[in-house]
Design a protein around this ligand. Structure first.
Ligand code: PLP
Length: 393
């Protein structure tokens, strides 16, 4: 006998992965220059020079047993101290090394937090659409319930009334992802403050905290000097899941962390439960080399010039053609309204007629829209523009 849920998840590749695979197949047939792949969110800018220099230096000058050995499950003290110091400096919060638990990226960080907060099969997690599609299996395969909050397609900010309608006695947390994948929108301070007030009120009503799980892989990917409010400064019961996948272009190296602020309700027990949840998932420790890199590079920030150029080019060109686009303030995604309203049909037509690979946002809880990842070459964007024009005509 085989677990049918696991089989189903393994057998069904995501729409994004299917488009990506189709692109590779077509590139072999018609040439890579005739395939316009906007499917994957794989960073296209190199890791900062300091990261590669640190890797070389660590390999050359640190005892190899240490570099390749196990560390404490929560991570190296030095790496945790470096991140705590960086957060403290930037957000004026008293962050301590003991409040950080290093993980292999944001995905396992999220699963550990969700697992630690799932008390029974009625536990509910609110997902603000549009959302990262993997949240659904993260919650449901853990035996809890995913409750979807439909998007406010006027502003793509948090629709407070719809959130309130969905909060109940079993609500454990709401996952907030800002800058957002797939909209590129940053939730405003006012929107987050209103959410915090609502959660405090509801928490009081139910006699227990409702947590915010702040999923922040795109925190540093911001344009035009926009502000990304740090949610623990706004709402005390916030658990941050961070990743260096996008900010330092290290998605394959698998490094990130959970930050459990000491002032969050039951923070010590929660931190311990998160460590336990990670243990159940087979977490031993994140890659030691990468922890050493973060110890040296916690203060490094990406050079966003290439993404910003792509953002301007794609948003400007598609808007000028007549596409309805949500202007991204962060991350590296552009959300576009599907002409005709049927995102699946439009994506299929774009794929079959032009090898233009656009992800229907239905799986992100946002039907009728398409997600374009612009972490690609500028040249590809330029070559793809006639295909966008032809599709609209
Ligand atoms: N959360 C969001 C919103 C993402 O877009 C991604 C990856 O694309 C993740 C989490 C997972 O990131 P990681 O590579 O750190 O596991």
């Amino acid at each position: 006998m085989i677990n049918s849920n696991c089989y189903k998840l393994g057998a069904e590749p995501s729409v994004i992965r299917s488009l990506f695979a189709y692109g590779l197949q077509q590139a072999a047939l018609v040439g890579a220059d005739k395939v316009y792949d906007y499917s994957l969110g794989n960073p296209s800018i190199p890791a900062p020079g300091a990261v590669n220099a640190s890797i070389k230096d660590i390999i050359d000058h640190t005892d190899s047993i240490q570099v390749h050995g196990y560390t404490m499950a929560a991570g190296l003290e030095g790496a945790r101290r470096a991140v705590a110091h960086d957060l403290e400096k930037r957000f004026a919060l008293p962050v301590k090394a003991e409040e950080l638990f290093f993980t292999c990226g944001a995905a396992p960080a999220l699963i550990s937090v969700i697992k630690a907060l799932t008390v029974n099969q009625n536990s509910e997690f609110l997902l603000l659409a549009p959302f990262f599609p993997e949240y659904v299996p993260f919650v449901e395969q853990n035996g809890a319930r995913a409750v979807i909050v439909p998007p406010d397609t006027d502003s793509f900010q948090i629709p407070l009334d719809l959130v309130e309608e969905r909060i109940g006695p079993n609500t454990q947390a709401i996952i907030v992802n800002s800058p957002n994948n797939p909209s590129g929108v940053i939730y405003s301070r006012e929107s987050l403050e209103a959410l915090a007030a609502l959660l405090r009120r509801k928490g009081k009503e139910y006699g227990r905290p409702i947590y915010i799980i702040a999923d922040e892989p795109y925190r540093e990917l911001v344009y035009d000097g926009a502000e990304v409010p740090f949610i623990p400064c706004i709402y005390e019961n916030t658990l941050v899941c961070y990743s260096y996948s996008k900010s330092l272009s290290l998605p394959g190296e698998r490094i990130g962390y959970v930050y459990v602020p000491g002032f969050a309700k039951d923070s010590h027990e929660l931190y311990t439960a998160i460590a336990g949840a990670a243990r159940i998932m087979g977490h031993v420790c994140p890659p030691s080399l990468m922890q050493m890199v973060i110890e040296r590079c916690a203060q490094e920030r990406p050079d966003l010039a290439a993404y910003d150029e792509n953002r301007r080019l794609l948003y400007g060109s598609l808007s000028a053609m007549g596409y309805e686009c949500i202007k991204p303030q962060g991350a590296f995604y552009l959300l576009v309204k599907a002409p005709g309203g049927d995102s699946m049909a439009f994506s299929e037509k774009a794929k079959l007629r032009h090898n233009l690979l656009l992800v229907p946002a239905d799986g992100f809880g946002c039907p009728g829209y398409l997600r374009l990842s612009y972490c690609v070459s500028r040249d590809m964007i330029e070559r793809s523009l006639p295909a966008f024009k032809a599709l609209l005509d």
